[in-house]
Design a protein around this ligand. Structure first.
Ligand SMILES: O=C(O)CCC(=O)C(=O)O
Length: 279
């Protein structure tokens, strides 16, 4: 049986053009008050029980971006695949307006790729130097969108996202590989990036090739963002995070591709844990 998948038409023509021009787009109010409350509570549960905060990304950029005190005290809680811990976070991946917007941009078929937490600690919440996401999970082309779910509002004071408009048109750029991949700060000054403040419940979409970063969180509160990566299943991954792992289809059906097989998830290391428990 042939199946024709068509784009859902969640985005307006003006939104699609904005994304094509700038490489990023803010969607207002994707998560309503009840969804947001569940996301916030369950994320806090996951952070409290399963995440040990660290200093955040490493590399020579820290000397240029941070004072000595900031470098020493910077704090980031980061982890991956929180949908394995929380049903509210699992539901968020499939959210019809979110998946539909992504389908309008890179679909019609859309496959979920990964979920990652970036929670900046209070007062000294770690900044992110300018970078593209491509070096972290390189794919063959640009049909990959990162969605930042704003569990908290992003403001100038707490380290909102900042983008270099139109930079996605540059394609995949070489990154400094000392520490976490980042663009050389002297060639790509942080000041060239434009702030993208957003309210709690908003989602900001951007291309895997869009240059972005964020400043220090100087407020007394945690700033919690969740990144969800989506790709067109025809856009094959070439390395990095979650390489070789198939994801749920969140819009349309998986196309049958020559030479590509869908392998099940790797077995969890349960047997080893059981052996330890029984010892
Ligand atoms: O959470 C942030 O402030 C930045 C996130 C980011 O750069 C990324 O997810 O690639």
């Amino acid at each position: 049986m042939e199946m024709t998948v068509s784009a859902p038409g969640v985005l307006t023509a003006a939104q699609t053009t904005l994304f094509a021009d700038n490489g990023y787009l803010r969607l207002e109010g994707v998560f309503g008050p009840e969804e947001l409350a569940a996301l916030s509570q369950e994320l806090d549960y996951v952070i409290d029980r399963f995440v040990v905060p660290g200093k955040g990304w490493s590399g020579p950029w820290r000397q240029q971006y941070l004072s000595k005190e900031e470098n020493e005290k910077s704090q980031l809680a980061a982890t991956h695949e929180m949908q394995l811990y929380s049903a509210a976070l699992a539901r968020a991946i499939l959210h019809p307006r979110l998946a539909g917007a992504v389908a309008d941009l890179i679909g019609p078929e859309v496959e979920f790729h990964h979920m990652t937490l970036h929670a900046k600690g209070p007062e000294f919440g770690t900044p992110f130097p300018l970078h593209q996401d491509h070096p972290f999970y390189p794919h063959s082309d640009g049909a990959y969108i990162d969605a930042i779910l704003h569990i908290d509002a992003g403001t100038e004071e707490n380290g909102c996202l900042k983008f270099v408009p139109g930079s996605h048109k540059l394609g995949a750029l070489p990154h400094v590989r000392e520490g976490s991949p980042h663009l050389p700060p002297d060639q790509y000054p942080f000041e060239t990036a434009v702030s993208c403040p957003a309210a709690a419940g908003d989602v900001v979409l951007f291309s895997i090739h869009t240059i972005h970063g964020s400043a220090v969180n100087r407020t007394p509160h945690w700033r919690r963002f969740v990144r969800v990566g989506y790709r067109n299943p025809r856009n094959l991954q070439t390395g990095g995070q979650a390489m070789g792992r198939p994801g749920w289809m969140v819009y349309g059906v998986r196309p049958k591709l020559e030479g590509v097989t869908v392998k099940p998830y790797a077995a969890m290391e349960v047997a080893a844990a059981r052996a330890v428990a029984q010892a």
